[in-house]
Design a protein around this ligand. Structure first.
Ligand code: NAD
Ligand code: UDP
Length: 314
């Protein structure tokens, strides 16, 4: 079919990956979804299984893999602190060996490769909001380092393969994204708060809740990913996120209100190296990709609450 690409999505059974696979199929591409199911699940892609243009591959990207494709989306990597800290050495291997393997594949088959980097490359930022030119403030030896430094090394690999090997590589830096298909036990703040509120459990605030995050709804992220892969002569890195900034306490109050929950706040110890503030400057995405998010926090929360209500009632 005209303009139809053969696409590999690593981490395709995860939260973002599964939404991306669906969008790619909706646009008539052929999708190879590769996952080792560490945090991903077949449930996320169940609705895609019957599609003739969809294939599921159980594989771990820390080992080489060969397939003829036009595009590679490298999304394999646990994203929640509890999951990426479960086996930190494996997280580093996934980011470094895994990205190396995918870049090797991209070079061999001349595929375009887009890598899912993160706002964590800015660490606990001393510049606010964060622009792509900021180099970050990252602890190289802490509990979050396996992820932060792994992602930073992956960016280095992406750039060196571009410069040295002429690989058509692209980097997006994703800021906190949420939506349906997050795991109930994912551990990230939006899913935790919603599930706790719906079950009437205490809402766990780490620290005093004054730290900030900027939350992007999944549909907005998928839109910018699609624009980035299609864009010629722009490799990034580019920030992708929603610049509306909220404290964690504000998020908790919003979720309690929207779910009519009787849950109480319960303050817990702040994890080490937890960034105090985070907000993307998205001028570059606006300029190069004509993109800005459309779904505000409340609208995104409404859709996500609906999803978890259904999930919990099953
Ligand atoms: P997720 O945990 O839901 O998905 C990750 C997927 O990768 C899972 O399906 C998992 O099983 C798979 N995976 C992990 N290690 C693998 C390996 N070695 N080989 C093959 N598959 C492997 O997380 P997500 O939120 O969907 O994140 C997807 C990507 O986006 C990650 O690279 C993450 O770092 C990045 N990202 C996400 C966010 C966010 O807010 N969701 C923010 C910044 C960056
Ligand atoms: N957080 C919280 N309670 C939770 C989960 C997370 O207060 O149950 C806080 C966490 O300490 C951090 C923020 O919410 O300050 C966002 O955490 P998340 O794990 O979602 O993402 P990241 O820290 O990677 O931005």
């Amino acid at each position: 079919m005209k303009n139809s690409k053969r696409v590999l999505v690593t981490g395709g059974a995860g939260f973002i990956g599964s939404h991306l696979c669906k969008r790619l199929l909706d646009e008539n591409h052929e999708v190879m979804c590769l996952d080792n199911f560490f945090t991903g699940s077949k449930d996320n892609i169940l609705d895609l299984m019957d599609n003739k243009r969809f294939e599921l591959i159980r594989h771990d990207i820390t080992h080489q893999y060969f397939i003829e494709v036009d595009w590679i989306f490298n999304f394999a990597c646990p994203a929640s602190p509890i999951h990426y800290q479960y086996n930190p050495i494996k997280t580093l291997k996934t980011n470094i060996l895994g990205t190396l393997n995918m870049l090797g594949l991209a070079k061999r088959v001349k595929a375009r490769i887009l890598h899912a980097s993160t706002s964590e490359v800015y660490g606990d930022p001393q510049e606010h909001p964060q622009t792509e030119s900021y180099w970050g403030h990252v602890n190289p030896i802490g509990l979050r380092s396996c992820y932060d430094e792994g992602k930073r090394a992956a960016e280095t690999l992406m750039m060196d393969y571009k410069r040295e090997q002429k690989v058509d590589s692209k980097i997006i830096r994703i800021f906190n994204t949420f939506g349906p298909k997050m795991r109930a036990d994912d551990g990230r703040v939006v899913s935790n708060f919603i599930v706790q509120a719906l079950q009437g459990d205490d809402i766990t605030i780490y620290g005093d809740g004054s730290q900030t995050r900027s939350f992007c709804y999944i549909d907005d992220l998928i839109e910018v990913i699609m624009r980035m892969i299609a864009k010629e002569d722009f490799s990034g890195p580019v920030n992708t996120g929603n610049p509306d900034e909220f404290t964690i306490l504000e998020l908790a109050q919003k979720v309690i209100e929207m779910t009519n929950s009787k849950s109480k706040l319960s303050f817990k110890e702040l994890p080490s190296d937890d960034p105090t503030q985070r907000k993307p400057d998205i001028s570059l995405a606006k300029e190069k990709l004509g993109w800005e998010p459309k779904v505000n926090l409340e609208e995104g929360l409404t859709r996500t609450i609906e999803y978890f209500e259904k999930w919990l009632s099953n």
